[in-house]
Ligand binder design. Structure first.
Ligand SMILES: Nc1nc2c(c(=O)[nH]1)N[C@H]1C(S)=C(S)[C@@H](COP(=O)(O)O)O[C@H]1N2
Ligand SMILES: [Mo]
Length: 256
């Protein structure tokens, strides 16, 4: 018995062979369907973690973070603008940790080297360090951005001046507002990037209160959420410091 079917090379294919191929194709289809269903049900039935993200998806996000933090090189710079490009009226966004009264006159930056070994550094001492100015496009995850002008001491220079080499060898810096309400964790390579400032000036004038007076972080390689206003305490660790927006499910790295 011969069929009217031909394969690609033009030779005739027997109906027995056609049946065999049909069975193979259908089996492959069933197996793939099973794999798909298995993966879906595993994902669907996984317990939700505290931040409402499936652990499997969270693990994927963390893998992405690892890849991007390795691709990222500390000498990568964000585009700089001219001072005349900077907007005069800088948007105020986010006031967590900013509405508690505290004594500005008595403020000192607390730098925790290790438990029981804390430096207290005044604004005058920080202002006495070399000043760096930067004009860059400040980006918020909410979707707005604006070119703004800031001044302060480069974080890497600050670390050198205060002999914080052992701290610089750690993986993360944690920063918290004086009242403990807003807090961020930032990877050390991004902190040491030469555009990262401990900032005390905006548009050539002392930082306004609602923009973080006496001292805020300006870190152009990150989204706005990491630019903590009103720094109270700074600490160093190899584990990720707690981070306000990462706790809400945002990307911990928040790099641009
Ligand atoms: N203490 C504190 N710092 C903060 C925030 C906040 O709510 N509290 N919001 C962040 C966010 S989301 C952004 S976009 C920037 C905004 O800085 P600006 O108000 O100077 O524009 O500050 C960041 N720093
Ligand atoms: Mo933001």
């Amino acid at each position: 018995m011969s069929s009217n079917y031909f394969d690609k090379k033009g030779s005739e294919v027997s109906s027995k062979e056609i049946r065999r191929r049909t069975v193979v194709s259908f089996s492959v289809f069933i197996v793939l369907l099973g794999v798909g269903f298995f993966a879906w049900s595993k994902l669907y039935n996984q317990p939700q973690s505290a931040d409402n993200v499936q652990p499997f998806l969270r693990a994927s996000l963390q893998a992405n973070e690892r890849i991007f933090s390795r691709l990222y090189s500390a000498n990568k710079q964000t585009k700089s603008f001219k001072k005349t490009d900077a907007v005069a009226r800088v948007r105020v966004n986010g006031d967590v940790g900013m509405d508690t009264a505290f004594d500005y006159a008595k403020w000192k930056l607390k730098v925790v080297r290790k438990p029981g070994d804390t430096l207290f550094i005044s604004l005058a001492e920080i202002r006495a360090l070399p000043k760096t100015e930067i004009v860059f496009d400040f980006k918020c995850v909410e979707g707005w951005s604006q070119v703004t002008h800031w001044g302060g001491v480069r974080f890497d220079e600050f670390m050198k001046k205060y002999n914080l080499a052992p701290e610089e060898a750690m993986k993360y810096v944690g920063m918290v507002t004086p009242d403990g309400q807003y807090y961020v964790g930032v990877d050390m390579p991004s902190m040491l990037q030469p555009q990262t400032l401990l900032c005390y000036e905006m548009n050539g004038k002392p930082l306004p209160l609602d923009q973080g007076y006496p001292l805020r972080l300006i870190i152009p390689v990150k989204y706005g959420i990491k630019h903590l206003k009103r720094i109270g305490v700074m600490s160093f660790s190899n584990d990720k410091p707690k981070d306000y927006w990462a706790e809400q499910g945002y990307d911990y790295y928040a790099g641009l």
